[in-house]
Write a protein that binds this ligand. Structure first.
Ligand SMILES: [Zn+2]
Length: 398
C-alpha cells in the first residue's frame, strides 16, 4: 500500500459510513472477526460483509497473519481480520522524570520499537518536542516506515490534564504546568495529538494489550510510590469534566492526617501507596531500598517486608471497597510496580475488600461477583497507553 487512504478514513472520526465505523472499530480493538465487527459497530452482518470485501480489495484490511495458515484446513468459521500493518503507524510519547520514552506501533497493534531519550531533570516543553521529533524520525528511517503513514501522536503525562490538553499540575515536571500539549506537539508532527494522564494511559494499555483485553468496564488501581487510578466505562476511560476522574489516590480518608504532596491531608495515597513503607524500610535497614528490593526480601521471608506489603494490600483493599460501593465494577485490575508482589499483595487486598464491601461475594453467583486480579503491566504501561490512545481514538485534543 503506497497511499494514505487509511489516514483519510481515520481522520474523519465523526463519519457514520460503514467503512469508517469498521475501520475505527478495528483500530480500536485490533483483530476482529466479521461477527465481532458487526457487534462492535451495530451494523448488519450483510453491510459488514460488503464493506469488508471492499476494504480487503483495497489492501486496508488483511487476515491476521498467524491465523492464515491455521484457518485453511480447519475451516474456522470466523477468520480474524486486522488493519494492514503497512497502512499506518502511531506514536506514543511518555513524559518521564528525566527522559522521554517513545514507542511506535502499527495500526494492527504491533509495537515496532521503543526508545528512551535522556533529557535531564526539569526539561522544557520545546526541547521535548524537538527531541521527540528527531527520535521518531530516526525510528521511522531505521524500520523503513513511511513518515506520511503517521496517524497521530499520543502523549502521557503524570498529572491531571484538562480535556483541551492543558496540564493542570505536573509535580515531577514543574515547567509543564499550564502548558497545552497540543500547542507543544501539534506543530511539530502536524498530526492529531491525543493525551491522557499516566494512570488513564495505563488503563488503555491494559485494554489494548493486557489483562483487560475485551473488557469494557473496569477500575484500574495502580499501586506504586504514589497511587493512581482509572475508570473505564463502555471501553472509554472516564475523564470527568476537567480531567479529574479516577484520582483515587487523593480521596482524603483522614482530614487530620499527614499532609499530602497535593496540599490536602490524609489522602489514600499516603496509606496505600508504597512511599511511606519505603521510608520505614530505609529506617530499619539504614539504607534506601526500592520496591523491587522489598518484594525480593518478602519473597525470602523477611518479616518486615512481608508486613509492609500486607499492610499496603489491606489498606488498598479498604480503599477499593469505597470505590466498589460506589461503582460495583465487574473487574478491578491491580497494577503498578507493587503488583509484582503478586499474591503477597493481592490476598490481603481481596480479604480487606470483602470485609468492607456491602455486597459480599458469597451472596452472589460467580457471574455477578467483582473480579479482582493483577494487571499485565507493571512498567511501561504509560508509554504503551499513549500509543493506544491513538489506536483507540481517545483523548484527542481539539
Ligand atoms: Zn493528596
Amino acid at each position: 500500500m503506497s497511499d494514505d487512504r487509511l489516514k483519510t478514513i481515520l481522520d474523519d472520526r465523526d463519519s457514520g459510513a460503514p467503512i469508517s465505523r469498521i475501520v475505527r472499530a478495528m483500530s480500536e480493538w485490533g483483530a476482529l472477526s466479521g461477527a465481532e465487527i458487526a457487534r462492535r459497530t451495530g451494523l448488519a452482518r450483510s453491510t459488514v460483509s460488503v464493506a469488508l470485501s471492499k476494504l480487503r480489495d483495497s489492501g486496508i484490511v488483511v487476515e491476521l497473519p498467524e491465523q492464515a495458515e491455521a484457518s485453511k484446513g480447519v475451516g474456522r468459521p470466523a477468520t480474524p481480520l486486522v488493519l494492514n500493518p503497512e497502512a499506518g503507524t502511531c506514536v506514543g510519547v511518555h513524559l518521564a522524570l528525566d527522559e522521554l520514552r517513545i514507542a511506535v506501533a502499527d495500526v494492527a497493534h504491533s509495537v515496532i520499537d521503543e526508545q528512551s531519550v535522556p533529557l535531564g531533570r526539569d526539561y522544557a516543553p520545546e526541547a521535548a518536542a524537538e527531541a521527540a521529533r528527531s527520535a521518531i524520525a530516526s525510528v521511522y528511517a531505521a524500520h523503513g516506515l513511511r513518515p506520511s503513514g503517521l496517524l497521530g501522536v499520543g502523549v502521557s503525562v503524570s498529572g491531571p490534564l484538562r480535556p483541551d490538553g492543558r496540564v493542570i499540575r505536573a509535580s515531577i515536571l514543574p515547567r509543564w504546568a499550564g502548558v497545552n500539549l497540543r500547542d507543544v506537539f501539534g506543530p511539530v508532527f502536524e498530526r492529531p495529538v491525543f493525551a491522557a494522564n499516566e494512570s488513564n494511559c495505563a488503563a488503555i494499555a491494559e485494554m489494548t494489550w493486557g489483562a483487560a483485553a475485551g473488557e469494557d468496564d473496569f477500575v484500574l488501581f495502580k499501586i506504586d510510590v504514589g497511587l493512581g487510578g482509572a475508570l473505564v466505562r463502555g471501553g472509554t476511560v472516564l475523564t470527568g469534566i476537567a480531567g479529574g476522574a479516577g484520582e483515587f489516590g487523593h480521596v482524603s480518608i483522614d482530614p487530620q492526617g499527614p499532609l499530602c504532596r497535593c496540599g490536602n491531608r490524609g489522602c489514600l495515597e499516603l496509606y496505600a501507596g508504597f512511599g511511606r513503607p519505603l521510608d520505614e524500610l530505609a529506617r530499619i535497614h539504614g539504607r534506601p531500598l526500592g520496591m523491587e528490593d522489598t518484594i525480593l526480601l518478602a519473597e525470602q521471608g523477611d518479616a518486615v517486608a512481608l508486613r509492609l506489603i500486607e499492610d499496603t494490600g489491606e489498606i488498598a483493599g479498604r480503599g477499593l471497597a469505597m470505590i466498589g460501593n460506589i461503582l460495583n465494577p465487574p473487574l478491578i485490575l491491580v497494577t503498578g510496580r507493587m503488583a509484582v508482589a503478586g499474591d503477597l499483595l493481592l490476598a490481603p487486598l481481596v480479604r480487606a475488600y470483602e470485609k468492607h464491601i456491602l455486597i459480599k461475594s458469597h451472596d452472589l453467583p460467580a457471574n455477578l461477583r467483582t473480579r479482582i486480579k493483577l494487571g499485565h503491566f507493571t512498567a511501561n504501561d504509560a508509554l504503551l497507553g499513549a500509543v493506544g490512545l491513538v489506536l483507540k481514538g481517545q483523548g484527542r485534543l481539539g
